[in-house]
Design a protein around this ligand. Structure first.
Ligand code: PLP
Length: 419
């Protein structure tokens, strides 16, 4: 690049502060993030200074295929040259191919897909479908849950910090302790339309429920005639080592929500899928719920190529293997620094590192970023750092990431000893 990268970055951050968010601009400067993201490939992100970072954040778990997966890029390029946004009067091929493949590879009888543009939008649609299908108004969600920040999804998101400024939210959404099927059963009434859960809580701090929880919830929903919506926006499509996270327990929801990984890290795509009988109200009247951009050819082409790549390259299997390797390495760091790290947990490449003290999270993140590793804390639990690397991460990259992280934790321990 011809320009002076320092001056360029300074100008971008300054204008970011003036026109997008002054507090984020301050945070960028304070956390040593005052540069400009410029490119990247696979597990590597590059900034305008030409520095390279191992991206173990990956747009909060979106970049599972790595950056610019060649197959996804090629599919979008090809689509771009022919048909991008349609009239919406005719069917188009990429959307139909995507819906067909999703129906083939998803668990149970999930047959219909509705495409939208984000995870929150997928949750909105799932909640609306549950209401119209059952004719009942209430949804039961879990404490510590994160389902997005649009009004309906926010009503199911648990964290007060996100909810309080916008109340009153949607009535009839209740929260029960996650992992406790008894508490869930006690909360179900004849007004309950659905139970909405993440199969592994992501933003809540990577909480894997007890092994018997989701099977008990499935049984309970069947027995009480209530729909089970699993929000797989973060845990779905390979992240946890299975294509659909619910497969870890051999069960299928009545409705599943998808996002993040669905667009292959190239296009923003969300979706919810449902059984044919559950989807009937939307099937019979396709105009009661719609989205201008949802499932457009470019987004669908990206999602189709991404799903094919996941299947053909065994990315879910790779996530299981690489996740086990990374968790073992992190567990060693925990054993070496038990006063800093409380617990390492997760499934596949959805990994949480719980610290003893919330304040240490920022110190460790600033340190690893300065040394070339990107990770983030959980949105709803700042004490938990998350590693969400792509499935294409190499052994050398994982070794390097563990080295950077271990050194940062050792330095954080030294800070602790000084206070
Ligand atoms: N549901 C879950 C489980 C999520 O983790 C997220 C985002 O992190 C969402 C929904 C919201 O997705 P989006 O940010 O694309 O609206």
């Amino acid at each position: 690049m011809e320009r002076d990268p320092d001056a360029f970055a300074d100008d971008i951050i300054a204008r970011y502060g003036r026109h997008i968010s002054s507090s984020m601009a301050r945070l960028y400067r304070f956390m040593g993030l005052a540069t400009v993201e410029w490119g990247g490939q696979g597990a590597v992100c590059t900034d305008v200074h030409g520095r390279e970072y191992l991206d173990f954040n990956g747009c909060n778990g979106t970049l599972f295929h790595g950056r610019r997966h060649p197959r996804v890029i090629a599919a979008v390029r090809e689509q771009l040259d022919r048909l991008t946004i349609t009239s919406r009067l005719f069917a188009h091929q990429p959307g139909v191919e995507l819906a067909t493949l999703l129906a083939e590879v998803s668990p149970g009888d999930l047959q219909y897909s509705f495409f939208c543009n984000s995870g929150a939008e997928a949750v909105e649609g799932a909640m609306k479908l549950a209401r119209v299908y059952t004719g009942r108004p209430e949804i039961i969600a879990a404490q510590n849950a994160f389902h997005g920040k649009t009004f309906g999804a926010l009503s199911a998101t648990a964290r007060e910090l996100f909810r309080a400024p916008f109340e009153p939210l949607l009535p009839g959404v209740r929260h029960v302790p996650y992992g406790d099927a008894g508490a869930l059963e006690a909360a179900i009434t004849d007004r309950t339309a659905a139970v909405l859960l993440e199969p592994v809580q992501g933003e809540g701090g990577v909480i894997v429920p007890p092994g018997d929880y989701l099977p008990a919830v499935r049984e309970l929903c069947d027995r009480r005639g209530v729909l089970l919506i699993l929000d797989e926006v973060q845990a779905g499509l390979g992240r946890t080592g299975r294509l659909f996270c619910s497969e870890h327990w051999g069960l299928a929801p009545d409705i599943v929500t998808l996002g993040k990984i669905l667009g292959g890290g190239v296009m923003p795509v969300g979706a919810f899928m449902a059984r044919a009988d559950v989807f009937r109200p939307f099937d019979e009247n396709p105009y009661i719920h719609s989205s201008t951009f949802g499932g457009n050819p470019l987004a669908s082409a990206a999602a189709l190529a991404a799903l094919q790549a996941t299947l053909e390259e065994g990315l879910a299997e790779q996530a299981a293997e690489k996740g086990a390797f990374l968790r073992a390495g992190l567990e060693q760091v925990r054993r070496d620094h038990p006063d800093v790290i409380r617990e390492v947990r997760g499934l596949g490449l959805m990994i949480g590192i719980e610290l003893h003290r919330e304040g240490l999270g920022g110190v460790i993140i600033a340190d690893i970023v300065a040394n070339g590793l990107l990770a983030i804390h959980s949105l709803a639990n700042e004490r938990v750092l998350r590693f969400l690397p792509p499935a294409v991460v190499t052994r050398e990259q994982m070794d390097r990431a563990l080295e950077i992280f271990a050194a940062a934790v050792a330095r954080a321990e030294a800070v602790l000893a000084d206070v």
